[in-house]
Design a protein around this ligand. Structure first.
Ligand code: ATP
Ligand code: MG
Ligand code: ZN
Length: 466
């Protein structure tokens, strides 16, 4: 990516990268138009250009050259960023921000409106592997033809998927990142009492008041400053995993509540408490509302999963290799490189690199029992691949057959100019044309001849900005 051959045709590259030089020069030119210096969004390689104002300007270039990265990722993103600086923080949260562009200088920008081509698929679990359906073939390859550590029972294809219960890393549930709460953000001002909303991460309105009333019923002090509460109380309120159901007396003072509980007075209702951390993490993981998600995400920090190192599948699956690569490493290689590996294996007297032995009857039965106990399928109707030893004729035959298939399906993708993509590239990061070409290649190799393919933007050499 970023090679000269794939740069958009409108770009004027001056090779200047010095920021102060940029600023001085940009200063007297911005009046005539929009000045961009050192744009590096996605594959843009330090691009400099001047865009005239009050003109219809068209960016053209081959698909994947960076037109959208420049128009949306840089110009629009920068314009939005500046506009948002002038907006109240609360309103800012409601706007879907496109992010801060990687660029040295943008000057002379008018307020911007973006009309972006809508993309059907936009979830984090959709990637090149799933769009092309190559993912299932690769999982089959690792299941049937991978090299297993000596003591490791053979695994089924679904064990290699981060999107199944059997395959997902148990720590991050197949996401590759783990999320924690940021306590300083949950309680930004410890001089406030709970009644004064010391716990900023609580939901606004009635649900927040409900949590406060439950704490009153439980005997917690909601009127002293947060920092004056005993640490044990603060920790329970923030971190408890208990979800007690508690009688709530709406509108009662703490003293009245105490008396009502003692007297056994009928409560207004039974309320369910949830710890502040649990509330944030559960809402973050489960909410369908992007506004709510954005609100709680302010209290969340994330890091690469320490268990799988971001590889998303369980350790047993990562212990299986093919040509020395675990499945995540395999999926991170460019498709052109995968084709090379496949060709080598198919054309030579290939042997799996590590030797092992077939499982005996008892160990197979034990492995099946464990899998069923953890919610998996017994696969009683399927041929038992775990009978197959690492070095076996069957395994080599399986590898050849699967890689033949893989090659046949990767080749059209490479022919459409996408050999630089990897299987793990997520769909939202693909350019408009890249996604269309991937779908086209998938159609081609599914051999559905006679299907009328209707599309714009299919030519590799020139596509409109999408
Ligand atoms: N978030 C991202 N992460 C990684 N790479 C990205 C991301 N977004 C875009 N890219 C890559 O940057 C390159 C330029 O993408 P861009 O969308 O700007 O291309 P384009 O010129 O608009 O192409 P098209 O005509 O196909 O729409 C592509 O190879 C794309 O895969
Ligand atoms: Mg585009
Ligand atoms: Zn993990």
């Amino acid at each position: 990516m970023g090679s000269a051959a794939r740069l958009p045709s409108f770009v004027m590259v001056t090779g200047m990268t010095n920021r102060s030089e940029h600023l001085a020069e940009a200063d007297d030119r911005w009046r005539q138009g929009v000045v961009v210096r050192g744009a590096r969004q996605n594959n843009l390689a330090d691009v400099d250009l001047d865009v005239p104002r009050d003109r219809l300007v068209v960016f053209t270039g081959v698909s994947g050259s960076g037109k959208s990265s420049l128009a949306f990722g840089t110009l629009f993103a920068e314009s939005q960023r500046r506009y948002l600086e002038s907006v109240a923080p609360y309103a800012r949260r409601l706007i879907d921000q496109v992010g801060v562009p990687d660029v040295d200088v943008v000057e002379g920008l008018p307020p911007a409106v973006a009309l972006q081509q809508h993309r059907g698929i936009g979830n984090a679990r959709s990637n090149v592997a799933s769009v092309t359906t190559l993912g299932s073939l690769v999982r089959m390859l690792y299941s049937r033809a991978g090299s297993y550590p000596n003591d490791q029972p053979m695994l089924y294809a679904e064990d290699f998927s981060p999107n199944t219960v059997q395959g997902a890393c148990p720590t991050c549930h197949g996401i590759g990142r783990v999320y924690e709460v940021d306590v300083d953000k949950m309680v930004p001002d410890p001089t406030l009492s709970i009644r004064e909303r010391a716990i900023a991460s609580w939901p606004p309105g009635w649900p927040g008041g409900n949590l406060r009333d439950i704490l009153v019923s439980l005997g917690y002090d909601v009127d002293s400053p947060w920092k004056k509460l005993p640490k044990k109380h603060r920790d329970w309120i923030l971190f408890t995993e208990d979800r007690p159901t508690v009688p709530v007396y709406s509108g009662f003072t703490p003293a009245q509540t105490r008396r009502a509980i003692k007297a056994g007075t009928e409560p207004s209702y039974e309320g369910n408490f949830v710890g502040a951390r649990r509330f944030v993490l559960d809402t973050f993981a489960n909410t369908k509302s992007s506004i709510v998600k954005k609100r709680v995400s302010e209290f969340v920090t994330s890091e690469v999963c320490p268990m799988c190192q971001g590889k998303r599948v369980k350790a047993e699956s990562l212990s299986v290799t093919f040509e020395g690569l675990d499945i995540a490493e395999f999926a991170s290689l460019p498709l052109a490189r995968l084709a090379e590996i496949a060709r080598t294996v198919v054309s030579s007297d290939w042997l799996p690199e590590a030797a092992g032995e077939a499982l005996d009857e008892t160990r197979r039965a034990e492995a099946t029992r464990r899998r069923v106990a953890s919610g998996g399928s017994a696969h009683t109707a399927a041929p038992d691949v775990r009978r197959t030893p690492n070095v076996s004729a069957e395994k080599q035959v399986a590898a050849r057959r699967l890689l033949d298939d893989l090659l046949e399906r990767i080749q059209p993708i490479i022919d459409l100019g996408l050999g630089y993509l990897s299987l793990d590239r997520t769909t939202p990061t693909l350019s408009g044309g890249e996604l269309q070409r991937l779908r086209l290649a998938t159609q081609l190799s599914s051999k559905l001849f006679g299907v009328a393919t209707s599309s714009t933007n299919l030519r590799r050499d020139c596509t409109p900005a999408t």
